[in-house]
Design a protein. Structure first.
Length: 231
């Protein structure tokens, strides 16, 4: 019939209902969901429908199901890596569509990485400095894959040094999608030497607790990448 809408399957409706209870906070991490028979009665669906809904929620890392006398389905505790992976998948899908372009991705990097550099300089610990030094590369000796991995690790370490896990959550996915140096066919001969120099300069500012200098280096770093991508 023209204009009619297709009703989602029963398991999806139940999963949506339970997901809303989890995301609203009515069901807290570690809290046990009602047992399957109770969900059947409450929702008026079969046990197989309940199990399908629970499987869907488990695949989305919202619940964890265990077996045994004390088993059941429990609201999962937030996992930063899983959340980051999910965000990475979404960003990758968007970046492969016509809706999001290189300019959009660089704009997001500016919004995240520049203030992150300043916070890293203010809050870093000695352990963060060790992590940052470990993410350096040698543009004269290292291969492209090594430099790409080091580049991602360095910016992830900067995010970590902010001591705000949300910066890490947002920053990591940015280096799992194809943009910037990954989509530029012909990089300048001194490209990676320039990236290395920026990283070393940024490390110096972070080590010295120089927030303004760190932010300015972060801004210059992204200006350079944008200029190269625009050629």
């Amino acid at each position: 019939m023209a204009g009619s809408t297709v009703r989602p399957p029963a398991y999806q409706l139940l999963a949506d209902e339970l997901r809303e209870e989890i995301t609203s906070g009515r069901l807290q991490p570690g809290e046990r969901l009602p047992p399957e028979p109770e969900l059947c009665v409450r929702s008026g669906v079969s046990r197989s429908t309940v199990r399908e809904a629970l499987r869907l929620l488990a695949s989305q890392h919202l619940i964890v199901t265990t077996r045994g006398v004390t088993g059941g389905s429990f609201v999962a505790h937030p996992d930063a890596q899983q959340l980051s992976d999910a965000l990475s998948t979404g960003l990758t899908l968007l970046s492969n569509s016509a809706e999001v372009g290189l300019a959009d991705l660089l704009e997001l990097r500016r919004a995240v990485e520049i203030p992150a550099a300043g916070l890293a300089a203010e809050r870093r610990t000695d352990a963060h400095l060790v992590e940052l030094r470990g993410a350096m590369f040698d543009p004269d000796l290292d291969e492209l894959d090594t430099m790409m991995a080091a580049h991602a690790a360095f910016h992830s370490a900067i995010a970590s040094a902010t001591c705000n896990p949300l910066f890490e959550l947002v920053t990591r996915p940015l280096y799992h999608i194809g943009y910037g140096e990954e989509v530029v066919d012909a990089l300048p001969g001194d490209y990676w030497a320039r990236i290395d120099a920026d990283h070393r300069d940024l490390l110096t500012h972070v080590r010295n607790h120089d927030a303004m200098g760190a932010m300015e280096t972060g801004r210059r770093h992204l200006d350079y990448i944008a200029a190269v991508a625009a050629r």
